[in-house]
Design a protein around this ligand. Structure first.
Ligand code: ZN
Ligand code: ZN
Length: 880
């Protein structure tokens, strides 16, 4: 039965087929290895990687595509090298984002979430999730991501939610969670606190207004004022003091006095505090403890009242007196107009300010005083710093290590509560007894108040920051809080590949939580030994290595954004060029620390590369079917094995001819380079080396060089053709395995076809990744081939310069600078004649480097003998 590989390479067809096959065959599922199976000397090393869980609302973008390509390459590479390889997938419930999505859906029906109430709203979110939540994972499946789908999780799953409650309660019991009134970043649209990281700052042209406050007790004919400046004049309604610096002599006589707050006609004290800097402005500042984090601290130092003048939607509340009910910006206008009219506004200046906006919805964030839950960041941060400083966790590229440490060293307590409905609800209950109001934190709903015995308890309505639960994933996905076999095998995970933008959001928090909650954890020692992890002492870390990948920009190096309209949809590119070509593009451009300027022309080029491989496979199958039907790779000879038990080099490869010795040596070199490159995340080097080898050396040279041997009709003896076919099949098989992690689909298709549907394994993904055999390096063959290639290319170039017609064979003369080189050229003259289109190759003595139609190199001079026939040029000239 002949090999059946369709004539045309159509990535869409083969990719869909194999993506489904990999899933239905459960090729990438990793059952928990049993106790005995990982004993010393018997176990294989383990490689574990957690997929950064995409938001359940997510759609695949170029960043995911890059991230997933790199992960899949590294994962497939490890699996093919014999590691127990687990890539763990799941999705994040994405608090704010998902809630917004469903709120928008409701808005179309003319409803708000309050119309439904909490319970019905959450039901609605689950419905939404069921309908649309799987989209991004379906896209991953189409991309062939080799994850273990049997272990797929969702951060709101019951077991993960239970672990979240356990963590919260334990932290509370350890005194590391507290509740308090603090100034938080508040989004008036989303109606919730958001973290510093979720605020995007923008430089805008604003104004700075100067307002004067009359000092109490100064004479009415010569009143004295203190002038303060503000960019948010409406907050003055909540002022509870004016601060001056103790050392500022301009104000010494006012210490202990009061001012009248204009518009509100409230007397407030003049305090001395560091908040006021003499060299800045007038040296006096207004103090608004409920609306500014620095003022809040000053307010605590001086025991000032916290006067909150806005509600959760940034409308003025009853504390704002006559301005109650107005939106903050409307109130600003009215306040300024009134101050102007009453003679208190003394200046207005242009002022550039940094405006914080909600990352999700773009609304200007308002600092707001509210009751929130916080994680006391020490000792968590200290442990997380130690883990990186000690080298238990490495971060690549190296500059991110310092960025991480700087952030960790300046970290503040983490506000973990959010005023949303969708998410893990804070496991705390308030006693409804007005005289008691005790707050109980518990794993399960308490039946009675532990303080007053009252039975009426109400659960706190806040939910937890989404990153609270995702920070726990490295161990909660492995069965924590139970001590499980999965943890003994797979924790610490090996590697995390992620984007810089979530280094603090996610990576840092996983390190804090991991080091704290997995303290004293010990990984199975046999696995540690098999992995060569003797140097790692601290098994509490969530992962040993972090690789931060770059950004994908557009072809002009612009950041992709919806407003610029330059967003590239990966699915669209995949549709046009195939997943393999897109993956190859991203890999070939992914030098560590360098952003990728994604260009379609590159992808088009890599589709052509896939096409080249496809055609080479068809050429091979045609010959095999003719010469040795049923031929299989690697059936003869025995090979040395690597320490992982993988055969090195290529088994059963006959090296009778120069081109065989040469290609075998080249294959082993590229193999060594690719393994080295992947070990250090140099995806671009791995991809480019494979490309140069497969196209440049294998297809362009080797296939051309062996053609005469395959053409046995001209020769009575078929043994040369049989050897050539065997070599070709062995080499092709090995090259496909080398390419597989980067281009999984085309390699699977051709590899399966080599075996005519009867492959010894279910997939090339389970076949061994090539390992270099130093014994198969052949410097002599490489040097000789380099000379022949140089000679052939020189002749081709000279022919082009002399404008020799394409098919015309012309004689060439060669002067070899060494007799051994001359002999070698002479022995291989048939190949030179064929590939350089030479009529004859004549070796002559004496240099002719200066002759027209000649070229001189370090090892030879070559002369193409050709005189253009002028009458032809005339005949072909323009006609009148
Ligand atoms: Zn918002
Ligand atoms: Zn009570």
């Amino acid at each position: 039965m002949p090999h059946e590989l369709p004539k045309a390479y159509e990535p869409g067809l083969i990719e869909k087929h194999w993506a489904e096959y990999w899933i239905t065959e459960k090729l990438f599922s990793v059952p928990t290895p049993a106790e005995g199976s990982t004993s010393e000397g018997k176990t294989r090393p383990v490689f574990t990687l957690l997929l950064p869980p995409p938001n359940v609302t997510g759609r695949l973008h170029m960043g995911h595509m890059l991230n997933q390509t790199q992960m899949d390459i590294i994962v497939r590479w490890h699996r093919m090298r014999g590691f127990i390889t687990l890539w763990l997938p799941g999705t994040d419930h994405a608090g704010i984002a998902t809630q917004m999505m469903v709120e928008r859906q409701l808005a179309k029906e003319g409803k708000r979430r309050s119309d439904l109430g909490r319970e019905k709203f959450i039901e609605r979110v689950w419905e939404w999730k069921k309908l649309y939540g799987g989209a991004i994972l379906d896209q991953m499946k189409r991309l062939g991501a080799s994850v273990d789908w049997d272990r797929e999780y969702f951060t709101m799953d019951e077991n993960l939610s239970r672990a979240v409650r356990e963590v919260f309660v334990r932290l509370y019991e350890e005194g590391l969670i507290y509740r308090g009134k603090y100034i938080v970043n508040w989004c008036p649209r989303c109606g919730t606190a958001i973290s510093d990281l979720e605020v995007k700052h923008e430089e805008v042209a604003g104004k700075l207004w100067e307002i004067r406050y009359p000092v109490v007790g100064t004479s009415s004919d010569k009143p004295e004022f203190i002038t303060v400046a503000t960019t948010r004049p409406e907050t003055m309604l909540g002022d509870s003091a004016v601060a001056v610096n103790e050392k500022d002599e301009r104000y010494t006589h006012l210490h202990g006095k009061k001012v009248v707050l204009p518009l509100m006609k409230r007397e407030i004290p003049i305090i001395t505090d560091e908040l006021a800097q003499p060299e800045f402005g007038t040296g006096a500042v207004k103090v608004t403890p409920a609306h500014d984090p620095n003022d809040f601290e000053a307010g605590k130092r001086h025991n000032l009242p916290q006067i909150d003048v806005m509600d959760e939607h940034a409308h003025m509340n009853a504390n704002a007196g006559p301005y109650a009910g107005l939106d903050r910006y409307e109130a600003r206008k009215r306040v300024l107009a009134d101050l102007q009219e009453q003679g208190f506004l003394v200046g207005e200046k242009d002022h550039t300010l940094s405006l914080g906006k909600c990352e999700r919805c773009g609304t200007v964030v308002e600092p707001r005083l509210s009751e929130q839950w916080f994680i006391k960041i020490q000792p968590l941060a200290q442990k997380a710093i130690a883990a990186v400083e000690s080298g238990e966790i490495t971060i690549v590229p190296d500059n991110y290590r310092q960025i991480y440490l700087n952030w960790m060293n300046n970290i503040h307590d983490w506000c973990v509560s959010r005023q949303l409905w969708w998410g893990h609800r804070v496991p705390a209950w308030t006693c409804s007894n007005d005289a008691c109001k005790e707050v109980l934190v518990a794993r399960e709903e308490p039946s009675a108040c532990t303080k007053c015995g009252g039975a009426k308890l109400e659960q706190v309505s806040d939910v937890l920051d989404t990153w609270f639960s995702s920070g726990l994933l490295p161990f909660t996905t492995l069965g924590w809080p139970e001590k499980t076999r999965d943890q003994a095998v797979f924790y610490p995970t090996t590697l995390l590949i992620t984007a810089y933008e979530i280094l603090f959001f996610w990576v840092a928090r996983m390190i804090m939580f991991g080091c704290h909650f997995m303290d004293k954890h010990e990984q199975d020692p046999a696995i540690k030994a098999a992995n060569g992890w003797g140097n790692f002492k601290n098994d509490s870390v969530p992962f040993h290595h972090v690789y931060i990948h770059a950004l994908v920009r557009d072809a002009d190096r612009q950041k992709m954004s919806k407003t610029k309209g330059n967003v590239i949809d990966p699915l669209d590119i995949i549709e046009r060029f195939g997943t393999d070509a897109v993956r190859f593009t991203l890999a070939a451009m992914a030098a560590p620390g360098t952003d990728i300027a994604f260009s379609e022309s590159r992808t088009d080029g890599y589709r052509a590369f896939a096409n080249k491989i496809w055609n080479a496979a068809r050429f091979m199958f045609m010959n095999v079917d003719r010469v040795v039907p049923g031929l299989r790779p690697g059936t003869t000879g025995s090979a040395t094995r690597s320490h992982m038990g993988i055969p090195v080099g290529i088994a059963g490869f006959r090296t009778d001819a120069l081109e065989d010795r040469w290609i075998l040596s080249r294959f082993n070199r590229v193999t060594a380079d690719v393994n080295d490159a992947l070990a250090t995340y140099r995806f671009h080097e791995a991809a480019n080396r494979i490309y140069d080898f497969f196209w440049g050396e294998f297809c362009d040279w080797y296939l051309e060089l062996i053609k005469p041997r395959l053409n046995f009709e001209e020769s009575a003896d078929t043994s040369a053709a049989r050897i050539a076919c065997a070599n070709l099949v062995n080499l092709f098989d090995a090259s496909l395995r080398l390419l597989h992690p980067v281009m999984p689909f085309i390699t699977e298709e051709i590899w399966q076809t080599i075996y005519e549907g009867q492959a010894p394994l279910k997939s090339i993904a389970l076949a061994p990744f090539p390992q270099a055999d130093e014994k198969q390096f052949d410097l002599g063959a490489e040097t000789e081939m380099a000379i022949l290639q140089d000679l052939i290319v020189s002749v081709r170039n000279l022919r082009a310069e002399l404008k020799v017609e394409g098919k015309l064979k012309v004689p060439i003369e060669v002067f070899a600078h060494q007799s051994s080189v001359g002999e070698m050229i002479y022995q291989n003259r048939a190949a030179v004649e064929r590939l350089a289109n030479a009529e004859t190759v004549t070796l002559i003595e004496g240099s002719f480097s200066n002759m027209p139609g000649a070229r001189s190199t370090a090892r030879f001079d070559v002369h193409v003998i050709y005189e253009r026939k002028m009458w032809r040029a005339c005949a072909a000239g323009p006609r009148s």
